[in-house]
Design a binder for this molecule. Sequence first.
Ligand code: GAL
Length: 699
Amino acid sequence: VKTFNNGSDPIALWHEAYPALWRATVGAPEELTPFGAAAGSPNTAALADLPEAEFPFAADEVRSRRVHGKLHLAFPLGPDEEIYGMGLTYRNLNQLHQVKNLRMGHYNGQEDGRTHAPMAFYISSAGYGVLLNTARRVQVYVGTTHPREAPPPLQDRLQPSWRPTQPGRTVDLYLDTPGVEILILGGPAMLDVVRRYNLLCGGGCLPPKWGLGFWHRAHIAASAQECVDLVDHYREQEIPLSVLGLEPGWHSGCYPCTHDWRPSLFPEPRRFIADLAARQVRVNLWQNLFIHPDCALGEALAPYCCSHTGSWGGLIPDVTLPQAREVLQEHFKREHVDLGVSGYKHDEVDDEHWLFPLFATFPSGADAEELHSLLGLYVQRLSFELFRAVNRRTYGLVRGSNLGAAYLPYALYNDCYEHREYITGLCSASLGGLLWCPEARTSNSAEEWLRRIQAVCFAPLAMLNAWASDQMPWSFPEVAAAVREVIVLRHRLIPYLYSAFADYAFQGVPPIRAMLLEPGFSAQPVVGGAARRDLHGTDNPYAHPESRDVSDQFMFGASILVAPFFAGQAERRVLLPPGRWFDFYTGAEVVGPWHTVRSDLGPVPLFVKDGGIVPLLAEGEDLQAFIHWRSLEVRHYGEAEGVFCLYDDDGETFAYEQGDWSRVELSAQRDGSGRWRGVVTRLTSGERETLPLCDWRFM
Ligand code: GAL
């Protein structure tokens, strides 16, 4: 236990709540918090298994005070540190020298803190994290401030040594609250900080297996028959499909929404869902929280709603009230879940332009600023619990989230549609227990179509959202074969990806990760961190802080590096982490650290670590009904021996929590004469023990 407190608002004793995870409070924390709203249960056993780490600061270095009635917290920042995280970002991973106003809203093209998951949680390159469990808006100055008693050295603009930014020595957070809980998360590596955070949330989510297949969202006005025809078209085109999403038109009234079926489009919803189930396709429903006042749900919710309607005249339920949640859950259960619906896309829980103003009031007495940042968490939890109660796992989408959400099985998305930003989103999400879906909607060219679908096939949720465009995977004949190929590859990779999600759930390792979390990818930053050097053509790219801001490539599962192309790119460079790397398709070695790939509308560039093992569904396996895999193609890459721990369970219920799961070790070994052989070893005993047939390929 460390004790230090400073300033006018004392920080309570630091208490080691879990190994290398310290807690303290300042002032009187408020009742509504993100962790409280998410309500996950920390995985204490896995937390205890993480490497040891020291409290990152010296005594008396964390300061708190009250100024202008608000709380100001200052945390030390070393001269070589880079700062990452703070929720979902789309332009930079490195937040050093940024001033951010973290608040819930639809991202508007500016990296100023308004985002779909604004989280007061940053990770330092020095290997620790700082988190404020608050639902308040937080102003953060990341190494930009200089109090008068410690000004930066004075400079002259005409001198070559002049620098535009002068690094401050603190990260300052400023918020309007009577008090807050502070968490310090130890490393020692940045990945350990992320794992500690995820395990604190309850572990990452484990989606049902079907959730990892390909998704298509139908046109907003599609009818049941059109949806069935669409699914049949997929089959004709030999493209696997796991989930069909319905957009607003399924509601009998939408914007505001009734959450009842529209009889003219879906006369027999139960039968429609069964028809799709017979084709191995699940149904996901779009919904938002703007409730139509003149419908059964609106009437039942009326006593529990906000003082103001949202845009379109919808009632907004006070989801902090158990009564409001119960009404919603009962309706969802009766009208959707019991009919076989598999999950939801929770839209528009982000922006105050449509939701409610800060001066709105709620029957629970909840503060609008806080409720605004927690709406997405409440609605995720509400629907997750609904499925949990009937022992079915769900997987879905949500447009607003916050701290504590790692265990909730929802991917974020938005309307911006900037492809590069979408890929940076994939990377930044991995720093905060979030999942991001860089959905494909439409495109201006065949090339762009292919590039977008290729990238989304390596996301946590692989989806074509054709709600407005009505585009199909085969809409551009020039690339239809390549589009089909990558969707097929996505389905074949499900055993590999499912194991990556198991590592997320039980060990906190994000399945899709920013490069900066890879061992060795980040090395010593330049002294004085603010310097910006040329990344290209230098001897050691790892020595630059920018090398950890590479966000146009990412890790997919244990050993695959994905470097997607963007439309218009004739070639691109890939920064390979230290070690040997091999082309996924040919097994040929590629030479790093910088490797250039050329584009000719070919497959998405994928590289595998030395010793990497990738289990895929065997060629003949049914890619539509893949829940029980029997035969696998197991690829091994490179020269090093390797091991892969293949996780399996029933793929759709919570029985795994009662021990109904299995692990099999796939290991590639060399015998005395140098010949490769694959060994399959059962690691667990129990019923779920049919070993998969493995066809090994030494690439
Ligand atoms: C948007 C959402 C889109 C689509 C649309 C339907 O808010 O981001 O994906 O669902 O609503 O109205």
